[in-house]
Design a binder for this molecule. Structure first.
Ligand SMILES: Cc1cc2nc3c(=O)[nH]c(=O)nc-3n(C[C@H](O)[C@H](O)[C@H](O)COP(=O)(O)OP(=O)(O)OC[C@H]3O[C@@H](n4cnc5c(N)ncnc54)[C@H](O)[C@@H]3O)c2cc1C
Length: 220
């Protein structure tokens, strides 16, 4: 269908001429020209917006997850608590998959801090004292892009034909098929899909925010 997927290639600059996007500059292949560009880079959205000369109302934070050693089947559902702030489930292999909220500071380091790990495990032990002796096997952090109203941005930008799909914060997996579909539609038509329209960046000027803080499963 004429689609070329280029993997492991960093976009190092967005090429803007006369207020419109004309291409992207890449590390390996130099400038790739384009009539339209859609950016879906999550925690790095602010960096790419900066390349195009504008700012997004986003904060990038580390969000951590932990996986324990394997134990016999004991938990057959996901348990999430807003009171002590943590969630836990058990995979088919037997390891516990554990997480909680974002690390409070802004940053791009993909590891997170020890106080958040400690707080997360305190919450899990509060819920299930029986897990107090389970050892953690590994931990990692990804960078999530959080918006002030806890809703994503699917939008045109001040640069003509440059679109952003970002701000999914801690809840972007589950939205991926729908968000990809309406974003592709919007780029193809040059007008935002009706489902995407309320998530325009303009809402931060008009004040028509879509406040979804209460719908997030955890308090952040
Ligand atoms: C620990 C953790 C747990 C999570 N748990 C959940 C959960 O339970 N449920 C849920 O719904 N969501 C969860 N999320 C959030 C979810 O992972 C994200 O919202 C989702 O992955 C965002 O999808 P995306 O396609 O927008 O961005 P990503 O999946 O982050 O993809 C963005 C891509 O852009 C690339 N990129 C960045 N900069 C550049 C550049 N300059 N040039 C080229 N490429 C670039 C990155 O390498 C990356 O591959 C979790 C996130 C973390 C970190």
């Amino acid at each position: 269908m004429g689609v070329d997927l280029i993997q492991q290639t960093e976009v190092t600059d967005l090429v803007v001429e006369d207020g419109g996007i004309v291409g992207v500059e890449t590390q390996q292949y130099g400038v790739i020209k384009a009539d339209k560009v859609g950016c879906v880079v999550a925690g790095n959205s602010g960096v790419l917006a900066g390349m195009a000369g504008f700012r997004l109302p986003l904060e990038s934070h580390p969000l951590q997850a932990l996986v324990s050693e394997t134990i016999a089947p004991i938990l057959d559902t996901v348990v999430m608590s807003n009171a002590v702030h943590g969630y836990v489930s058990q995979s088919d292999k037997g390891d516990l998959v554990i997480g909680a909220g974002i690390d409070g500071y802004n940053g791009y380091g993909q590891r997170g801090s020890y106080p958040t790990i400690e707080h997360t495990l305190q919450a899990i032990v509060e819920l299930f004292p029986i897990f107090s002796r389970v050892r953690m096997n590994r931990q990692w952090g990804g960078i999530v892009d959080t918006c002030p109203d806890a809703c994503p941005i699917l939008s045109k930008t001040p640069v003509e034909n440059l679109y952003f799909n970002c701000g999914w914060g801690t809840g972007g997996f589950k939205a991926t098929p729908g968000s990809g579909n309406v974003f592709a539609h919007s780029l193809a038509k040059g007008e935002m899909h009706p489902l995407a329209a309320p998530f325009s960046i303009d809402r931060f000027h008009t004040g028509a925010l879509v406040d979804e803080h209460g719908a997030a499963g955890v308090a952040h």
